[in-house]
Write a protein that binds this ligand. Structure first.
Ligand code: 13P
Length: 252
């Protein structure tokens, strides 16, 4: 079964409401309408409602960048997955290395979030990736295996088959130092093998795996040409409409 490419922008903590709206207006009707690629924008929670309304009926899908694992209650400052689903959000990015590092999220938290996202009919974009130290020590494969094993525990075959996993080496995020496409393919292959070991071949052939880390319009084609890379999770180069659209156009 051919996997449909998926390009997701991760705006991180950027833009104002006005800028977010301008982006959606500029992009939503210019997405290649051949359905060759799923196009997603990951926005701060503040602008999700505006973006969902603006993108309604178009090819542009909207993602949150995080959520909590409970639907409601005394959790000051958190975002409810039930409320995200109610807004019309389709995807939620979880386990980004910035959240793991600055907000101390553990594999266990991320696993609970994955379950809560599925329970609320949305799709997780589950991030994994290693530090430069782990990479240089030659321990990337075992690190990724452990993040996947712990992060996906208890999910059903059907859920894992339908989700998106983003491999983002921390040393390539926002550094301009992207991982070589062969390295990205190798580690995305480790992700797929790990999924196969845990959930079987049918699931591993369905799950979509993105590479992330200094992807831009000029280099995205190199990654997309690789067997195990089904898309990209893009930070800086997803912020401007022209650049975001160029990423989509580059997917053949
Ligand atoms: O962290 C990333 C996307 O989630 C990658 O960010 P950059 O594309 O800015 O390197």
């Amino acid at each position: 079964m051919a996997r449909k490419p998926i390009i997701a922008g991760n705006w991180k903590m950027n833009k104002t409401a006005k800028e977010a709206k301008e982006f959606a207006e500029a992009v939503k009707n210019n997405i290649p309408s051949n359905s060759k690629v799923d196009s997603v924008v990951g926005s701060p929670a503040l602008f999700l409602q505006e973006l969902v309304e603006s993108a309604n009926g178009t090819e542009l899908k909207i993602s949150a960048q995080n959520c909590y694992f409970e639907n409601a209650g005394a959790f000051t400052g958190e975002t409810s997955p039930a409320a995200l689903n109610d807004l019309g959000v389709d995807y939620v990015i979880i386990g980004h290395s910035e959240r793991r590092e600055y907000f101390h999220e553990t594999d266990e938290d991320i696993n609970k979030k994955a379950k809560a996202i599925f329970a609320n009919n949305m799709t997780p974009i589950f991030c994994c990736g290693e530090t430069l130290e782990t990479y240089e020590a030659g321990k990337t494969a075992e690190w990724i295996e452990s993040q996947i094993t712990n992060g996906l525990v208890g999910l059903s075959n059907e859920q894992v088959a339908s989700m998106v996993i983003a491999y983002e080496p921390i040393w390539a995020i926002g550094t301009g130092k992207s991982a070589d496409a062969n390295i990205a393919d190798d580690i995305c292959g480790v992700v797929r093998k790990t999924v196969e070991k845990l959930y079987g071949k049918e699931v591993s052939e369905s799950v979509r795996i993105q590479y992330g880390g200094s992807v831009k319009p000029e280099n995205i084609a190199e990654y997309m040409a690789k067997e195990n890379v089904d898309g990209a999770l893009v930070g800086g180069a997803s912020l401007q409409p022209d650049s975001f659209l160029a990423l989509l156009e580059a997917v053949k």
